[in-house]
Design a binder for this molecule. Structure first.
Ligand SMILES: Nc1nc2c(ncn2[C@@H]2O[C@H](COP(=O)(O)OP(=O)(O)OP(=O)(O)O)[C@@H](O)[C@H]2O)c(=O)[nH]1
Ligand SMILES: [Zn+2]
Length: 229
């Protein structure tokens, strides 16, 4: 199991290069991050969760709690933090822009479920991603998948925004990519300052999106009502 998983990762890492970590906004990973299989990670995390709950005074022989350490470990490895594993990085299929579409394309309202790396509490929001083609177009759903992949890591919102842009730039071979994220951090809303109203907006503008007019056009599209609102 261990060897199989490592081998799969080696092949995927070779295929996608360093981009799974982020081109310049890199997720801080240990050198041995890919040396442990998913199953081994689940086993180890399960023991740590047992320890946390026991320390808190919970009786893990209770029917309802018995499965919790494994449940938490599986949800960490397979769901909440699946974006730490390069084998899960989406294949971002691109096509030739045969129809010569020359305007920006905006994928709005992509749901973001991420986890704040300071408190391990949820970040919930929306990402809006745009690009201007220079010969290649990307499948629409691949933009949602890229957002999902980088969201499923311990994150800060700034890095998440930059990683999405960098992955899109890499896939499309253009600089002209932008991303805006508006998200609520439960570490701000439900604990600490407990401000349930505030949300955080981050943006990254590459290439032409740094220009005032292009940026303005993108931001105008975000204000547009859709027919289903
Ligand atoms: N820049 C940035 N900060 C974040 C993000 N998510 C959480 N934080 C902040 O990280 C900071 C951690 O600060 P600390 O003072 O070490 O933690 P704390 O004592 O729990 O802080 P409080 O939340 O103010 O109670 C907090 O201000 C969080 O709001 C993020 O995505 N980006
Ligand atoms: Zn936090």
């Amino acid at each position: 199991m261990f060897e199989l998983s490592s081998k799969m990762n080696d092949e995927r890492i070779e295929e996608i290069g360093e981009n799974h970590v982020g081109t310049s906004a890199k997720t801080p990973l240990r050198a041995d991050a890919f040396d442990i299989s998913d199953e081994e990670k689940i086993e180890r995390i399960q023991e740590s969760v047992k320890d946390i709950l026991t320390t808190l005074g919970m009786d893990l022989t209770d029917d309802s709690l018995q499965g919790t350490p494994r449940r938490v470990a599986k949800s960490f490895v397979n769901e909440l933090f699946m974006g730490l594993n390069p084998k899960n990085m989406p294949k971002a299929s691109t096509f030739d822009n045969n129809y010569n579409y020359g305007e920006m394309l905006v994928e709005r309202n992509i749901v973001v479920y991420s986890t704040c790396e300071h408190h391990l509490l949820p970040i919930i929001g929306r990402a809006h991603v745009a690009y201007i083609s220079d010969g290649k177009v990307i499948g629409l759903s691949k933009m949602n998948r890229i957002v999902e992949y980088f969201s499923k890591r311990p994150q800060v919102q700034e890095r998440l925004t930059m990683q999405i842009v960098q992955a899109m730039q890499e896939a499309l071979g253009v600089e002209d990519v932008a991303c805006v994220i508006d998200a609520k951090h439960l570490c701000v809303n439900s604990r600490g300052i407990k401000d349930i109203e505030s949300s955080t907006v981050t943006a990254e503008f590459g290439g032409k999106f740094k220009q005032k007019e292009t940026k303005r056009e993108f931001l105008e599209y975000l204000k547009m009502k859709t027919s289903f609102e």
